[in-house]
Each structure stands twice: as C-alpha cells, then as structure tokens.
Design a protein around this ligand. Structure first.
Ligand SMILES: C[S@@+](CC[C@H](N)C(=O)[O-])C[C@H]1O[C@@H](n2cnc3c(N)ncnc32)[C@H](O)[C@@H]1O
Length: 409
C-alpha cells in the first residue's frame, strides 16, 4: 500500500483562498469517514466526494481546472488545445448521425464547453442542424457551459438524467477517467484487500487522512480473479462505475454510436506485472503526482481506462464494439490532415498587411504545436484511445479505417 508522508517535490502551495476551501472539504470528508462503517471510507466514495461533493468537490466548486496556462489551470484536454480536435471529430459524428437518421448529439461531461463550441458550427458545415445535448454532473461546470454556449440558443439543451431512449451520437472525452474507482492491493499472502481512507491516529496537521485496507468483498475478489493473478505487493484499481455506466448505455442507446475518448490501454497492459502502483494520478497546476489524499477538493484525481473492461461492459449491455484505435490514428483517418491543409491556404479576403501576416503566422504556429500534441506518440497520440460502441448502424466508421485495434482488447 502506497504511503505518503511528505508532499510531492515541487508541488506549488495553494493560496489562502484555496487553503480555506481545502479545509472545508477536509471537514466534510472527516464527517463522511466518521459516519462510515468502522471509520473506513472505501476509496471509491472518497474520490466521489473529493471530486463531486456539491459546492466542495474539485469538479463541483468554482476553480478554473482546464487551461494550458499557469497559474490557474490544472491540466488541459484535447478540445481545449485546439478547435481542430472537435472539428475533426465532427466528420465522424456527421457519419454516425446520417447512419442513425438523427441530428442529436449527447455529450457527457462537457467541461468548459469547448468541444460543443467548435463541434456545432462544424456539423452545420456538413449541412446538419444538430440538437446538442449535454449531461454534466457538476452544477458549476453546467453553469459555465450555459454561459459560453448561450450564442447557440435552443440548439443546446442540458439533460438532468440519462435519456430513456436515444438515437444519434454520444460523446465522452476524458469522462471515464474522472469516474471514482475502487482501489485494491494484494497483501503479502496474496489475499485481495480493498483500500479505503481513515483518519490518521493523531490527525496530524496537514495530513489528516491515510489509506487503510481491509479484506476485499467476495464480489471484488470474483471480478479480479478474471483479470489478473494475485501479485503480493501489487496495487491497482478497477473502475466499476465506468463499467456500469457503459453497460447501462445498452438500455437507452437505441440506434447510433458512442465515441469514448480517454487515456488508457487494454487489460493485459493495465494489469501488467510491472505496473505495481496502478495508474492513479492527481493534477494540481500542471504538476502530476500520485497522492490522492492531499489537497482535497483542490486537485483532480484520475485513473487510466481499462478499455477491455469497457468493451466487455458494452457487449454485456447488448451493444456492438465498432472500433478501437489510438487518438492519432483516429484523427488521421477522420480528416485532420485535410482540415489542416485547408486552414493553411490563404483566403481571398485576407489582409496582406505586415502585422496581420505576423498574427496569422503566430496563430499557425500555435495550431501546429497543438496538432503535434494531439498526434505525437510521446504526448497524446498513442496513450489516448478512441473506443466506439453502439447499435443499429452499419460499420465501418471512418475514424477506424486506418488501423482498427479491436483484436488487442
Ligand atoms: C476531465 S473533465 C473533461 C471535460 C471535457 N470533456 C474535456 O475534454 O475538456 C471530466 C468531466 O466529466 C464530468 N463527469 C464525470 N462523471 C460524469 C458522469 N457520470 N456524467 C456526466 N459527466 C461526468 C466532470 O464533471 C467533468 O466535466
């Protein structure tokens, strides 16, 4: 079990307001621990409160979160990097909408609203009039999305619950990785233990919480027995909530496809014997570390996605697995190079003045650097994957033509 007594090297200190917020979140979490059976709060519940407790959790309070620039943002995502990401995705979404005879897009966890802002005009260029729905669990983010997307009027609607029947295209970019996970480890005897959080003995100032373990319930033992052998000392996680979310999609996705985009890998790689500490990561001001119990409410907590488990959950829900590939291959197949080259051709109305030429060249440099990030194997191109699941439409989907990897799941 990972123990953390000191702060990760180089982690910036929160300012006074953030520190006050952290104290309020810690007080709330302490109450949850006190109310839990044996003072042991399963990690999944800890992560849920730390990220989503109304008005307190990382995603539910009014901090900045997304953004490439310091000091405000904590991490950046593909739709935040460049509108070209959503515009390329729109080519694939348009294909799905046409094949499912629908104009409805449902985006889960829309963050700052950047994806919708670029996707709606791109779909209109395809001759479609999209009805863009968003289901967002964070009231704060929903409010920010509503402000940003107000120019689109009624074309954007916010759902408060899952639909009962849906046809069209579902999008979830970096949503599965933000769902609370069950943390486990194998003890020295090879017995499966579930990890949770309890108060430290002395509730030391600045470190009131610590990880604890207890014998895993039979249900967790059964699930893990099918995924990996017992490895004493090995710690990892399993995202049962994300699996249930995908399985449940089988009840309401009647015709169409869902594009699930996230960092992760197939199960063999996920539970590789050398990955002894799992994939849990935290982000604060562009610093990544693996201590989920510090900076409560101030930092993102995330894990990689086990795409084999997601594909299995889709099949269990009665959906088809329609494609699986890396983000780079997906974007290349879905038309990113063509979009990029059409952007770099000068438009007839463009000014030739020297200062506007300089601005245009700066913008082009920024775009090229963002595209490099999206595609590069060393950055998002290979670690991020796209999984398509759905029913009732004819494959192949354009984004997977250049290298479908379903056989690796
Ligand atoms: C890492 S952020 C990604 C935001 C955005 N998709 C992007 O790529 O910039 C995760 C988002 O998923 C939302 N979220 C997490 N679980 C969710 C769920 N079950 N349903 C809907 N949204 C969810 C969070 O509130 C947040 O907006």
């Amino acid at each position: 079990m990972k123990a953390a007594s000191t702060l990760p090297a180089g982690l910036p200190a929160p300012d006074a307001d953030a520190r006050a917020h952290q104290q309020a979140v810690e007080q709330y979490l302490s109450q949850r621990i006190a109310a839990a059976d044996g003072g042991f709060l399963p990690f999944e519940q800890w992560m849920d409160h730390a990220l989503y407790a109304p008005g307190l959790g990382y995603y539910a309070a009014g901090n900045t979160k997304f953004g490439a620039t310091l000091p405000t943002g904590d991490f950046t995502t593909a739709p935040e990097l460049t509108p070209l990401f959503a515009q390329t995705l729109a080519n694939q979404v348009a294909q799905v909408l046409r094949a499912s005879d629908s104009c409805t897009v449902l985006e889960f966890g829309a963050g700052s609203g950047a994806m919708a802002e670029a996707m709606i005009p791109a779909l209109r260029e395809h001759g479609l009039q999209p009805e863009y729905q968003i289901l967002e669990v964070s009231a704060d983010l929903r409010h920010r999305q509503q402000e940003r997307l107000s120019p689109f009027g009624d074309a954007v609607q916010w759902l408060t619950a899952l639909p009962t029947a849906f046809s069209g295209c579902v999008l979830a970019n970096e949503v599965l990785d933000a769902m609370p996970v069950t943390l486990f480890c194998w003890d020295g005897q090879g017995e499966l233990q579930e990890l949770g959080v309890r108060m430290t003995q002395a509730a030391a100032a600045g470190a009131p919480f610590e990880l604890a373990q207890r014998a895993a319930p039979a249900s967790l033992r059964q699930i893990l027995a099918q995924r990996m052998p017992p490895l004493p000392g090995y710690q990892s996680e399993v995202n049962l909530r994300a699996e249930a979310w995908v399985r449940q999609m089988g009840d309401w996705l009647k015709r169409g496809a869902a594009l699930l985009i996230d960092y992760g890998f197939p199960q063999r790689e996920y539970y590789h014997p050398q990955r002894t500490e799992g994939t849990l990561m935290c982000h604060f001001r562009h610093h990544a570390h693996a201590q989920p119990l510090i900076y409560a409410g101030l930092q993102d907590i995330t894990t990689h996605v086990d795409f084999t488990a997601m594909a299995d959950a889709a099949l269990e829900g009665g959906l088809d697995v329609m494609g699986y590939t890396s983000q780079a291959r997906f974007l290349m197949s879905a038309g990113l190079p063509q979009l990029l080259s059409s952007m770099s051709r000068p438009q007839a109305h463009e000014e030739k003045a020297a200062d506007s030429a300089t601005l245009a060249s700066q913008a082009q440099t920024q775009t090229l650097s963002a595209v490099q990030k999206l595609l590069s194997e060393a950055e998002m191109g290979e670690l991020f994957k796209v999984l398509a699941i759905g029913r009732g439409i004819d494959p192949p989907l354009m984004g997977f033509i250049g290298g479908d990897r379903r056989d690796r799941l």
